[in-house]
Design a protein around this ligand. Sequence first.
Ligand code: ADP
Length: 498
Amino acid sequence: MTIRSKLALGLFANLLILLAPLAFAMRSLEQLHYSTQQLRDHAFRASLLVGRMRATADELRQSEERLLFVHDSAALSHVNGQLTLMRAMNDSLQGYDLEKARTRIDAQIENLMRIAPVEMAHAAKSPAIADTISTRQYLPAEREIESALREAELVLAQRTTTLVNSATELVDNTTEISGIGLAVAATVAFLVSIALWRTVSKPVQDLEAGMEAVAAGQFDYRLSVSPTRNDEFGRLATSYKSMAAQLAQLDRLKAEFVSVASHELKTPINVILGYLQLLNEGVYGSISAKQGEILRTVDAQTRSLSRLVHQLLDISRFEAGGGKLDLRPTDLGHFLSDLESTFEVLSMQRGIHFRIVRTGPLPTEVVWDPDRINEVLGNLLSNAFKFTRKDGAVELDVQADGGQIRVTVSDTGAGIPPEQLPHIFRKFFQADNQHSAAHDGTGLGLAIAKQIVDAHGGKLTVESRVGEGTKFSITLPVRTGPRPRRRSASTKAVDASA
Ligand code: ADP
């Protein structure tokens, strides 16, 4: 399945999962709305009607008493009017499912309508008769109406309670189920997101790391995304692999070419230097002062060219995997003394304080390629002297640290701008501090130094503050073992990481 389909499917699943509790909540709200309508349309309106009927029944009772004991025709029409009103209201109760109470009330209204004119005539004869009529005819009818109304009220009250209870239950259930639904949806959405992250984000990060490694010259970086994957990432991993292989081959070819070209340049340069020496020695006749000056300039430039060619040859040998170390037991004391005497002269010429500090007990013997390590320290010290002004200080500190030797070359010179510090070990890189030294470098010295230290299984790092000075630190194993066979790109990878 392609990543696009996986993404679409994941998003769709997330949507569905989130929609489920929402749909349930909507349905419950609809039911709640229906219950409220029922309450309003049935229970509430019917209760209102029953209440009004009760009020009319009270008024009827008073009118009936007037009819029996005052006997005026106005009282009769009052009674009839209220009975008609009661009937109309009783008819309105139809459809509210209160048939039993309604029939009872209807029968009593019928009865009272029928007897009212007759009884008024009888009651007029004597108050005792009126009393009897009241007790035997009207009171039972009124009580029956009263009881029917109470029955209706009871039914309505029960119905209201049932509706309110079911609405409350519905709200409780909805809250609970929606809560659970949301929690489940959130969990599932989280799991789906993790699955998507694993399928999409992780390979993207891996490819990004791979690209960064290639950009830094590390062509043997292994992607964790398999090229056999049947999606876009699989295809990208395949392209990445072939791109890295092609770049690695190009890099090897380039290093080989530089190596061959530098080697070929060495011979003619040596011939030129030889002839320059002969000319200077006057073998081909005497030379004028002007010619001598020109010869010195040509000599200086040729030597600078020769140094560049040697450095290029050196670096390309390492890159092509051919930078071999001549590891042999070396007396550390002698090694350091030689270095000290070489740079003492320079320190006196430049007026810079220089010393080698041996901190703590040091092993008498180390197994290194002494020429190469001498080249590294020579380069670091030369740079330190180049970038330090008169009366400044350059110090080389050596101390043992477990099975390792730690060498620090520090100076009180110009320093390196912080933003340029990470690039300092790159080939041909020269920091923006050249004005501070009469500097004729190539930008290759530190790259070579790093390669040599790496080849010894050591580490070269730098710290610097502009205007305060620079400190290069090297850690080297006391005894460097034979190197495992290395791929051409690995040296460059360490360079880039510095
Ligand atoms: P170069 O041949 O230019 O000296 P390097 O690789 O030895 O080449 O050094 C690279 C750059 O690092 C130098 O050009 C300089 O800008 C900076 N650098 C090296 N060492 C020092 C130091 N001790 N103080 C200040 N800058 C330094």
